[in-house]
Design a protein around this ligand. Sequence first.
Ligand code: HEM
Length: 415
Amino acid sequence: MSTTKAADYSAIALPQAWGDERNFYALLDGMRRDDPVVWLEPEGFRPFWAVTRHADIMEIERQNEKFHNWPRPVLQSIAQEEAVRAFTGGSEVLLRTLIHMDNPDHRVFRAISQDWFQPRNLNKLQEGIADLAKRTVDRMAEKQDCDFVSEVALPYPLHVILMILGAPESDGPMMMKLTQELFAPADPDAEQQDKALTDMSTIEQAFAYFTQMTEDRRATPRDDMASVIANARIGGEYMNHLEVMSYYMIIVTAGHDTTSSSTSGGLLAMIRHPDQFERLKADPSLLNAAVDEMIRWSTPVKHFMRTAAEDYTLRGKTIRKGDTVMLLYHAANRDEDAFADPLAFRIDRAPNRHLAFGYGPHLCLGQYLAKMEMRALFAELLPRLEHVELAGDPALVQSSFVSGLKRLPIRYRIR
Ligand code: HEM
């Protein structure tokens, strides 16, 4: 493999690479085809292996005793890493969430909320989410055009998060600020990201809010996620303050931009594939499969990282103990060895074993909730949507972590 190519592929580390579809698809497809386990040394980042094949990502993710999340679960620039260390007084991270943990802790902390996120428990939310979906589409119906991202796709999952936490809808603006500023700034060029990751006031505000929520749920437990987090005990003791705060933060941030991106990405896919859109309108029984295809198509989480706990050989390359590996889910979801005709958007794709929710012990905890939310919104929207078209150019967020559309101007007729 030529070094020129590895140097070109290094662009995948830059947030800007993800702002242009043709650009990142060319990088991902090239790596998967020509160099599926490639060592990259992007300027301003500590080097890492990039892994792009579906089977290889599963092989790594299933062996979490050999590939750890800690200490580098997500790619950050050296400048960002230094800013976090300066801010925390030497620690690599601001929070310690599930994605920062390995066993034995990961198993114990994940078990705290695992049952809550299972379909049999989530069923109780169905009515509330359907009502929220109806109100969201009713608001859309008051107009003939909108920016689907800021007016629908972002607020809708945010309100679901408020609902699962048991927080009032009036907390919406504060929560929006929190998720957008802290981990998913609207358009994170490197400078803004450094600021966002160390924005003391946002973190302090969030901690104050969740501390009060914890005190309230300890005094008066309810049937909500905040009560689960506040009252969880490990070895008979409450989690410590940072652990409690981290738990709220992962639920709030992991469930927002992800679901929002797959919702707006799904609508754009249907606008660009009108035959699939018409088919889905004609046969709503395809909605389950369609939602999975929208999630594969948009793959909002672009990567997670793992660190090798021992030397490991993958496709003839030796990953050394201590090396990090970037798992590029979007590339895997276009792998012709795993999907028939992967570049086609097919609402009835089956099987659809996409890796948009990851794989193995860290598999997304919120996958059933995310799909339930999307099903509810499209079940309300599709029968009422008589016409939809683009009213301007869609634009993508520049981020190598969680990204999708930041703007989707549409014109439409809704009953
Ligand atoms: C379409 C929407 C979503 C996508 C694409 C998505 C994707 C992902 C991915 C790729 C991971 C990492 C998996 C791995 O390392 O193998 C993850 C983890 C996680 N997700 Fe999601 N997610 C979505 C929605 C949600 C929602 C709605 C919630 C909760 C409200 C949520 C909560 C979590 C949590 C808590 C983790 C950490 C799990 C662990 O480390 O054990 N996600 N998600």
